[in-house]
Ligand binder design. Structure first.
Ligand SMILES: NC(=O)c1ccc[n+]([C@@H]2O[C@H](COP(=O)([O-])OP(=O)(O)OC[C@H]3O[C@@H](n4cnc5c(N)ncnc54)[C@H](O)[C@@H]3O)[C@@H](O)[C@H]2O)c1
Length: 328
């Protein structure tokens, strides 16, 4: 099979590229390298350095089919930035997806898998796992932009028969267990790499935003899903969309608190993580955990990296071996 991966030089995309190659498929990457890394694209994989905002250039790549599927990871994804510059986020994420989806329709692509997000649900006032059927209430332009793309995909299916899988990730984490890829966002905002870097002395003490939440230890609880498990879900989702579109929430289904992440890094590394309590951040829900039961039931997917320690271990190995990330 032959797949086009947008954003394949980024964190999640580069791990899915590896999974597709491991499964024996051919892969082409489209990425403008705005937040991704050339070094994250395995040698031998064709990388088109193209901005999806450029409709003609996007269409020219999609025209190089046939593709058995397109996987769309490329996006801006910093919630805080989206609050500071909402129109930029809405424009970038929506128009880039619209260009891609329209090209897919024009060039007869039949399947597309889209990286959606738990940010669609805003801050649900609930502590039980969130199913894909939960009310959509984005609390940021980032979350809103992802919902707009889900609607584009809805109409692309209804009118043109382009089947899609919208995978609403909770928190992607970890790194390739064989050490071929890892997490290197600039700036880094994700808790596990930040905690590891604080432990390694590569940044100041970690700030724990809120220690008075109604949770077991007062810190926020989140659901961490290993990128290799995420990759597996993408491949399984492709198998589900021959004749219908699907939407799945994807997470481990188990929540871990910020303090538990710190403890996990300390347990695995044998070193202390310097941290300090900071005030709560506006809009941070106390608990956000995925109900992935539909994905499990319909595709047989189950997370392999099913404990926080297993996820943290892979992240730690990669960050220790790559003190400057991809080295730029
Ligand atoms: N990482 C997570 O925990 C998480 C959670 C929920 C959803 N997501 C979604 O998953 C996707 C991947 O996330 P990530 O963490 O790998 O992000 P990332 O920033 O590492 O990867 C995004 C990639 O897209 C590329 N890109 C951005 N804009 C582009 C454009 N206009 N044209 C071409 N390429 C462009 C970047 O260069 C980068 O390589 C995003 O859509 C994100 O919203 C991620």
């Amino acid at each position: 099979m032959r797949y086009l991966v947008t954003g394949g030089a980024g964190f999640a995309g580069s791990h899915i590229v590896l999974a597709l190659l491991d499964a024996g498929h051919d892969v082409v990457v489209l990425d403008n390298l705005s937040t991704g890394h050339r070094q994250a694209v395995p040698s031998g994989v064709k990388l088109y350095e193209v901005d999806l905002l450029d409709a003609a250039a996007t269409s020219a790549i999609v025209a190089q089919g046939p593709w058995d599927g397109v996987l769309h990871f490329a996006a801006l994804s910093l919630v805080g930035d989206s609050m500071r510059d909402p129109f930029h986020y809405l424009r970038q994420n929506y128009l880039t997806a619209l260009n891609l989806v329209q090209s897919c329709v024009e060039h007869k692509v039949r399947k597309l898998v889209f990286s959606s997000t738990a940010a669609l649900f805003g801050g649900p006032e609930r502590s039980d796992p969130v199913p894909a059927t939960a009310p959509i209430q984005p609390e940021s332009p980032y979350g809103e932009s992802k919902f707009m793309i889900e609607r584009v995909l809805f109409w692309a299916d209804a009118v043109y028969g382009l089947r899609s899988a919208c995978l609403r990730y909770f928190n992607a984490a970890g790194s390739d267990p064989c050490g071929r890829a890892g997490e290197d966002h600039r700036p880094e905002t994700h808790l596990i790499p930040l905690t590891i870097d604080a432990m390694l002395g590569r940044r100041p003490a970690l700030k724990v935003f809120g220690t008075d939440y109604p949770t077991r230890d007062g810190s926020c609880i989140r659901d961490y899903i290993h990128v290799t498990d995420l990759a597996d879900a993408h491949i399984r989702a492709l198998g589900q969309i021959d004749d219908r579109s699907v939407t799945y929430n994807i997470g481990n289904g188990q929540g871990y608190s910020t303090l538990e992440v710190i403890q996990s890094v300390e347990r695995i590394s044998g070193r202390k993580v310097p941290w300090e309590a900071a005030p709560r951040r506006a809009g941070d829900p106390a608990t956000l955990v995925a109900d992935s039961s539909t994905l499990r039931k319909e595709t047989g997917w189950t997370p392999h990296f099913d404990t926080l320690d297993r996820i943290v271990e892979t992240a730690l190995i990669w960050r220790e071996k790559h003190p400057t990330g991809y080295g730029i």
